[in-house]
Write a protein that binds this ligand. Structure first.
Ligand code: TRP
Length: 343
């Protein structure tokens, strides 16, 4: 029996941070053993918003290519393995664009207009004039997934609506043309670590909020970020009793010093642990955990040509699958076959 397929993508936002690593990548890495995996950097999706303020968008493409490269490096440094998984750039598989066009004909406008993520993006990026492409974001995402006939999509809760729409679109297509061409895709909402921002345990770590720790930082820079973490505001002196539950440093001890949290909590609560030492201890553990990733990152960074080659190989593998799907789609829809034309 052939393996079930897993597909997922990330927008090339630049450096990957601990939130991406613990919230998604570590999970992707472990899925590689069991599934046939397709992981792609969605450069087209990054053009659905205008960008600005350092973020890539259709008005701001300067760092797009560099962001794609650095994301590929981060992915592989974190353990995505190009021998086992297909790792590539979305736009290197033009079949995705063709499937997106076909899907756009059968996607009811109402589905797109009701999509909660659309409304959120328009308001959170303060987009004055949302584009056709932004409205069609989930249709492009469905094409990303279904062109490889992805069974499972490991994503966070915020992407659930998109995956549900992918499934609805697959069913709609299958019904319209009387053929089980696409699988009934499901989100894999795995329990993953919730990673707080440096500024509050109640805020998510994110690049746009600027409260993140990038994998690309040095050990010293990491220690500096940890020094800036929000701690208990009423613990002023070293021997004041503290309140670990609202403290960002403690939240990270729960990730990086799991076995010591009992002691750390007790010491903090009875005033036997100062914040400076507590942060130093966290910096050591976090840096130790990130060391192998950072080393691999350096190696890959020194050889960008090799990284682009790996991405090209990944795209070639993905295109084989994608072009097979498109051939079936065209046939099913009675589009005239392409003579003397491969693909
Ligand atoms: N929309 C996803 C996000 O913002 C990125 C994405 C694009 C994606 N295409 C995908 C995720 C296909 C999973 C599968 O995170």
């Amino acid at each position: 029996m052939s393996k079930m397929k897993v597909t997922s993508g990330m927008r090339p936002t630049g450096d990957i941070h601990l939130g991406n690593l613990l919230g998604a990548l570590d999970n992707w890495v472990s899925l590689q053993d069991e599934y046939d995996c397709y992981f792609f950097i969605v450069d087209w999706h990054s053009l659905t918003t205008p960008g600005g303020n350092g973020a890539v968008g259709y008005e701001n493409v300067e760092s797009l290519k560099a962001n794609v490269l650095s994301m590929a490096i981060d992915w592989m440094a974190a353990g995505l393995d190009p021998e086992r998984s297909s790792i590539f750039v979305q736009s290197h598989v033009p079949e995705v664009a063709e499937l997106h066009l076909i899907f756009s004909m059968v996607t009811p406008l109402g589905w797109l207009e009701r999509n909660p993520t659309y409304k959120e993006m328009v308001s959170s990026y303060a987009i004055e004039s949302p584009s056709y492409g932004l409205l069609g974001y989930p249709t492009l995402q469905a094409a990303d997934i279904l062109v490889y006939r992805g069974d499972y999509v490991p994503v966070g809760k915020d992407q659930e609506a998109h995956v549900n729409m992918t499934r609805d679109l697959a069913l709609r297509f299958n019904n319209l043309y009387g053929k089980d061409l696409f699988p009934v895709t499901e989100a894999l909402l795995t329990e993953v670590a919730k990673v707080p921002g440096l500024d509050s345990v109640d805020r998510k770590m994110s690049k746009s909020a600027g409260n993140h720790i990038a994998l690309s930082l040095s050990e010293e820079q990491t220690a500096d970020k940890i020094k800036s973490m929000f701690t208990d505001p009423v613990k002023i002196r070293k021997d004041d009793p503290g309140h670990p539950d609202g403290c960002v440093v403690y939240a990270f001890h729960q990730i990086y010093n799991k076995d010591l949290t009992g002691t750390i909590r007790a010491e903090c609560e009875k005033g036997a642990r100062g914040c400076v030492d507590c942060k130093r201890q966290l910096a050591e553990s976090m840096n130790r955990a990130l060391r192998p990733i950072r080393q691999k990152r350096k190696e890959l960074e020194s050889n960008p040509e090799r990284v682009w080659d790996i991405l090209a190989e990944g795209a070639a593998r993905a295109r084989k699958v994608a072009s097979g799907t498109l051939r079936e789609v065209r046939e099913t829809m009675n589009l005239p076959e392409r003579r003397n034309n491969h693909g």
